[in-house]
Design a protein around this ligand. Structure first.
Ligand code: AMP
Length: 284
């Protein structure tokens, strides 16, 4: 595994791989690697001959007061995990290389970037869209794998790459979970042991929705309220939003129509840690 820190060097390696007819897959991460990231790598390895992983804690997608400075950066451990997962190139640029002095260009992904995660984190999705397009241009991949854990981000990346005619195929990967259902996340290490136990309530909220819709209920707004009350019953849980959305537009959805896909999306603060989760549902 080669570790690259210079954007120009990474781009010229990617260009020569393409000239050698290599099929390139990329997995973009902020590091603190866990099973969720490794499940993306497995998909990339199945589909691509050369796999590039990027590790970049992108300052422009963090708001003031968010956890940019305390975000975990266990680089040696990440490099060892990436190597043993079979990554060919690990691209780890510095913020200064990605955003040299005088950098101004940003991408505005439109209305979806001001809903849910975007409403709670102003500027977040513009930061995400801009860095993803930069990393796609640098790594020149045929395919890029993103987790459904960040479902709104995945939808937005499909939209931005489609609308900007970027040739990379975007592939979604299922959510990796711990054995008790908690979605695996780099932020789970912030949780105290009591908070870690309470954090399973997000998944229990999802299970409630799965059972109720499974019984034929279509009153999505009411089911989401029930899931939210269940989440609020934990002393340290403070939901930011719990809502069903149209799976394509992320517009809130109150009632399920046959044949349409919806997603229950949620962001919940457990103590000071903000966790997100979601579940997709197709109305029969
Ligand atoms: P992050 O390092 O949190 O920015 O995540 C990097 C990529 O891994 C994104 O595409 C995430 O959606 C994906 N990812 C993170 N956690 C999970 C998970 N539990 N299951 C599946 N994908 C995940």
């Amino acid at each position: 595994m080669q570790i690259i820190t210079e954007p120009a060097e990474m781009q010229s390696i990617a260009e020569s791989l393409r000239l050698q007819h290599q099929f390139i897959g990329v997995v973009m991460t902020m590091g603190a690697l866990h099973n969720g990231h490794l499940s993306l790598v497995r998909i990339a390895k199945q589909k691509a001959g050369t796999v590039i992983m990027t590790i970049f804690v992108n300052p422009t997608q963090f708001g003031p007061g968010e956890d940019f400075h305390r975000y975990p950066r266990p680089f040696e451990q990440d490099a060892a995990l990436a190597r043993s997962a079979g990554i060919d190139y690990l691209f780890v640029p510095s913020p200064e290389k990605m955003y040299p002095e005088g950098f101004h260009t940003t991408i505005d992904p439109g209305p979806i970037s001001s809903l849910f995660e975007g409403r709670s984190r102003p500027g977040h999705f513009s930061g995400v869209a801009t860095v993803v397009v930069k990393l796609l241009n640098i790594t020149q991949p045929h395919i890029a794998i993103f987790g459904e854990k960040d479902a709104q981000q995945l939808t937005l990346i499909r939209k931005v790459t489609g609308e900007l005619n970027i040739g990379t195929k975007i592939i979604g990967a299922p959510i990796a979970r711990e054995s008790d259902g908690l979605a695996t996340s780099s932020r789970n290490i912030y949780l105290s042991s009591s908070e870690r136990e309470q954090a399973t309530v997000l998944y229990r909220g999802i299970c409630h929705a799965e059972i109720e819709t499974g019984e034929g209920r279509t009153d999505l707004a009411v089911i989401a309220e029930e899931a939210e009350s269940l989440i609020r019953s934990m002393p340290d849980a403070d939901p930011d939003y719990v809502s069903f959305v149209d799976d394509e537009t992320f517009e809130p959805a109150d009632k399920a129509l046959p044949g349409k896909a919806y997603r229950l999306v949620m962001a919940v603060r457990i103590g000071t840690t903000r966790l997100i989760d979601n579940w997709r549902f197709v109305c029969p």
